[in-house]
Design a binder for this molecule. Structure first.
Ligand SMILES: [Zn+2]
Length: 268
């Protein structure tokens, strides 16, 4: 067997599109947003300031239950504009947030949304020392490409983008499988209350829900899956793959979808 095959990385289930959300600040409106996400079967990441939440009634006690099925990520302990902060204070803001959230949640917290969208090369270079693997910016691309740099992760759009529904329809219509596509929407749940427009997110989630070819994932699920896919060992002949990671990884081999089981060699 020395025929050359076309082998592509796929998302779970052999899919090629992923939809994800990212919401900041952990205000009480998150509860309503989580309900909407759950109703339509979509998944999101919620970026919390543990130091600020501790000062509020209830503190961090309820976050495990409230955000169940979604991801909780860092947004620094106290939400400073970190570009203005000395190095060790940046590290402490991130590590303190991580430590408090991890203690409350019982799982590792490895994502970050930059508070006030504040980041620079110095901060990006520091993050690997805090165990943070991705950082979401406030830049929007209006496109569906996978991120080139997870520590400078750009969204497709803020939910206030007047083109949001049009972008959703465009994304739903993508059928070519040569590429992996991501649609990424971000914002703050309290903006829906401030602008009295909860309908925006309700309509969008309804439009996007229940699609066979879309993987509904949190930010960290996307990062971890792509990292595991990168670690997949594929033979030169393209007839087998060893998956050393703890999750199944999907390939498309000459248009056939193949599941490479965790910890096994799969022949195809
Ligand atoms: Zn914020």
């Amino acid at each position: 067997m020395d025929e050359l095959r076309v082998i592509y990385t796929c998302f779970p289930g052999g899919k090629h599109k992923v939809l994800t959300f990212s919401y900041d600040d952990g205000r009480e409106e998150d509860e309503r947003l989580v309900e909407i996400f759950n109703k339509y079967g979509v998944k999101g990441t919620f970026n919390l300031n543990a130091g600020l939440l501790l000062k509020k009634q209830g503190g961090l006690d309820k976050i495990g239950e409230l955000y169940k099925g979604h991801e909780v990520a860092c947004h620094t302990a106290l939400h400073p504009t970190i570009e203005r902060c000395p190095d060790e204070q940046v590290l402490r803001q991130v590590l303190k947030d991580r430590a408090l959230l991890e203690k409350a949640l019982g799982y590792m917290v490895r994502g970050l949304a930059y508070p006030n969208g504040s980041y620079n090369d110095r901060i990006v270079d520091m993050l690997p020392y805090t165990g943070i693997v991705y950082g979401r910016t406030v830049h929007s691309t209006g496109g569906f490409a996978m991120p080139e740099d997870y520590l400078r992760w750009k969204a497709t759009a803020h939910h206030n983008n007047p083109e949001l529904m049009k972008l959703g329809e465009q994304f739903n219509g993508l059928y070519k499988t040569q590429y992996l596509y991501m649609m990424y929407v971000w914002g703050h749940s309290y903006e829906f209350t401030d602008r009295n427009n909860w309908k925006v997110i309700e309509s969008f989630c309804k439009l996007m829900s229940g699609k066979e070819d879309i993987w509904y994932a949190t930010n960290i699920e996307i990062y971890d899956y792509m990292a595991a896919a990168k670690n997949l060992q594929v033979s030169v002949n393209g007839d087998m793959a060893y998956n050393p990671s703890a999750m199944d990884i999907w390939l498309e081999v000459d248009h056939e979808k193949i599941c490479c089981k965790s910890g096994q060699i799969t022949r195809f």
